[in-house]
Write a protein that binds this ligand. Structure first.
Ligand SMILES: Nc1ncnc2c1ncn2[C@@H]1O[C@H](COP(=O)(O)OP(=O)(O)OP(=O)(O)O)[C@@H](O)[C@H]1O
Ligand SMILES: [Mg+2]
Length: 270
């Protein structure tokens, strides 16, 4: 379980996390949300985080984003400590946070505007990203005219315009219906390949994690910690057919067993 580090000789580690802990205090009580997380994130990988509600997935991603301070340990991106949000990390969360009064393109270029880029240049870049996420032709639409899946594509385009090194995604497809979710998964893989980004993706759905990830970080609650890291061998090139393969079901079962063993402990403890 301690061996959460990748082989540095074979892989280019971009983010190094050591002994990362987070304690909240609530109503005078202390809550250990994360305990001694050790993790190396490798350039270009698709890393999924799964685990029961309350195991600290969002807290972890928020620390990576630089929005929440850690209590102990270290987290470095290319050798520099993460202390605040920055353009090297883009994020997409469950609820799309588009401005309803802005058009699709005006929403997509927001990060560039904030970075001080001129409108023409920002529009050109935003257009390119809207094309990448499959929203060509919708540039002048308003969020209310889009489906949930399309709104999440705008969010994704916005996150990509700033050309982040790593994309942080917290249950981005959770609010979508099953069919749209599957379509978005396939699209995200295509975008990940084309854009060449590193992705850290939180999900409740084990099959989603196994379908998307190179590695699945399985977390356990109270205190939030890494239980196991499962490497997903991709025999095929992640086609939809892969979901029917034996390897796919074996990986899903393995992860489910780990998570359910904690549910059983909880039931027995109560
Ligand atoms: N700002 C905060 N103040 C106090 N406690 C917090 C705060 N944020 C999170 N927590 C607690 O930390 C723990 C981890 O929360 P977190 O939201 O990271 O879990 P999660 O794994 O993302 O859960 P879910 O799957 O439901 O989204 C929970 O017990 C939560 O109540
Ligand atoms: Mg969460």
């Amino acid at each position: 379980m301690k061996n959460n580090k990748m082989n540095v000789l074979d892989n280019n580690v971009m983010m190094e996390i050591r002994g990362l802990s987070k304690e909240f205090s609530r109503n005078g009580e202390r809550l250990q949300a994360l305990l001694e997380i050790d993790l190396d994130v490798v350039e270009g990988e698709f890393l999924c985080l799964v685990g029961p509600s309350g195991c600290g997935k969002t807290t972890f991603l928020r620390i990576v984003q630089g929005l929440i301070e850690k209590s102990a340990g270290s987290i470095e991106l290319y050798g520099k400590p993460i202390t605040q949000p920055s353009a090297d990390r883009g994020f997409v969360f469950q609820q799309d946070n588009l401005y309803p009064w802005r058009t699709v393109i005006a929403n997509a270029r927001l990060g560039l505007e904030l970075a001080g880029m001129g409108t023409d240049q920002a529009n050109a870049r935003a257009n390119e990203m809207l094309k990448l996420v499959g929203l060509e032709g919708f540039e002048q639409s308003y969020p209310r005219e889009l489906s949930g899946g399309m709104r999440q594509r705008v969010n994704l385009a916005r996150a990509l315009t700033i050309d982040p090194k790593v994309l942080l995604m917290d249950e981005p497809f959770a609010a979508l219906d099953a069919i749209t979710r599957e379509a978005m998964q396939t699209e995200l893989l295509r975008i990940w390949r084309e854009a060449g980004k590193t992705v850290m993706f939180v999900t409740h759905q084990i099959d989603e994690a196994v379908y998307l990830a190179n590695r699945v970080v399985v977390m356990a609650p109270r205190p939030g910690r890494i239980e196991k890291i499962v490497t997903i061998t991709k025999t095929t090139d992640r086609s939809e057919d892969a979901k029917r393969s034996q390897e796919f079901h074996q990986a899903v079962d393995e992860i489910r067993d780990i998570i359910e063993s904690h549910d059983r402990e909880d039931i027995m403890a109560n």
